[in-house]
Design a protein around this ligand. Structure first.
Ligand SMILES: Cc1ncc(COP(=O)(O)O)c(C=O)c1O
Length: 337
């Protein structure tokens, strides 16, 4: 069995850049537990990862941009939904490291100069809204742009799956080693680890917990319906295990992930997610985001209400950030107040 120190040592061998504030805090939330008459709840504050309002992508970009720099890139090409947290954090990382940055964002119902899109523009990177949906079609746009930039003498690196997803799994294997050390210090041994993910974040949590033999079971709440999600997460986890030199083998049965809290579609609020957001803000002074973490918290609350987790359990909720998107949803949120 590997120790957390072994995992941290292996992670230190992977090309990386210094972007964030790690370890992120692990904080107990007694007033939230009390309000829910539920388990002991701790929040792992990836929303406090430092760079540009934080979030899970800072840890991931530590390795994706590390990969780009190791390959001699001078330019990052990225793109996703128009309120992408990942792109906002990539823009900030490029500013910090002196890299060029091109963002191609899919036109959608939140292509407004607010939240993440505003921050990307303020960071001074090349941002364009394009008429290609987030997914494989947008990836084509990113790769075509990279070819053009290359022909102009630049050295572009495209952030896209499956490599970016694999490096996210490396990042969140490291996060698990961090949590294992924090649990020891706090004298806890959690039963569950809830998080918003349908990709590399959960892949890394699954790989890390299995590698370290932790009691804690990761439970992922998808913000979007992705075809072949188990395939993608299993492949990312196993490629990350190869990259890190770990013997752990991940199978589908290791991955628990639900689509039940998405609501109408990706990026549309549900009444339960608004309630969850307000409850956590009111009881703990911690803000969730409307697209990912509030839906994940709505799931945790629902599971507590259904009795799936009780007073004797301990749960860690991984807060993956995304709070700047709150400002792009002010109309829906104000309407609810
Ligand atoms: C705030 C936030 N939480 C969760 C996720 C999901 O991460 P994953 O790539 O692991 O599905 C994202 C992805 O963009 C995010 O921005």
């Amino acid at each position: 069995m590997q120790t957390s120190a072994d995992v941290i040592q292996k992670v230190s061998q992977i090309p990386q850049v210094d972007l964030g504030h790690f370890p992120t805090p692990l904080e107990e939330c007694p007033r939230l537990s009390e309000a829910l008459k539920g388990p002991r709840i701790f929040i792992k504050r990836e929303d406090c990862s430092g760079l540009a309002f934080g979030g899970n992508k800072v840890r991931q970009l530590t390795f994706t941009i590390g990969d780009a720099v190791a390959q001699g890139a001078d330019t990052i090409v990225h793109g996703a939904a128009s309120q992408s947290n990942h792109c906002r954090q990539a823009a900030a990382a490029c500013g910090k490291l002196g890299l060029n940055c091109y963002l191609r964002l899919a036109r959608d119902h939140k292509s407004i100069p607010q939240g993440n899109l505003l921050l990307g523009k303020l960071a001074g990177v090349d941002v364009e809204i394009v008429d290609a949906p987030f997914g494989p079609e947008l990836d084509v746009v990113k790769h075509e742009l990279a070819k053009k930039l290359e022909s102009e003498g630049m050295k572009p690196y495209v952030v896209a799956g499956p490599r970016s997803t694999m490096l996210a799994a490396v990042a969140f294997t490291w996060c698990i080693a961090e949590i294992a050390q924090q649990q020891e210090r706090l004298g806890i041994d959690a039963d569950w680890l809830y998080t918003a993910s349908v990709g590399g974040t959960q892949a890394g949590l699954v790989l890390g917990t299995k590698t370290l033999g932790l009691k804690m079971k990761p439970f992922g709440i998808a913000p979007i319906v992705w075809e072949n999600k188990l395939d993608r997460m299993r492949t990312a986890a196993n490629s990350a295990a190869d990259t890190l030199g770990l013997n752990t083998q991940i199978v589908d049965a290791d991955i628990q992930n639900t689509d039940d809290y998405i609501g109408e579609a990706y990026g549309y609020l549900t009444p339960e997610c608004i309630d969850a957001l307000k409850l956590v803000a009111k009881t703990e002074g911690i803000f969730l985001d409307p697209v990912y973490t509030a839906k994940a918290m709505a799931c945790l609350i629902d599971h507590i209400q259904q009795g799936k987790l009780g007073r004797d359990d301990t749960v860690i909720f991984l807060h993956t950030g995304g709070t700047p998107a709150l400002f792009a949803y002010h109309e829906e949120l104000v309407a609810d107040l």
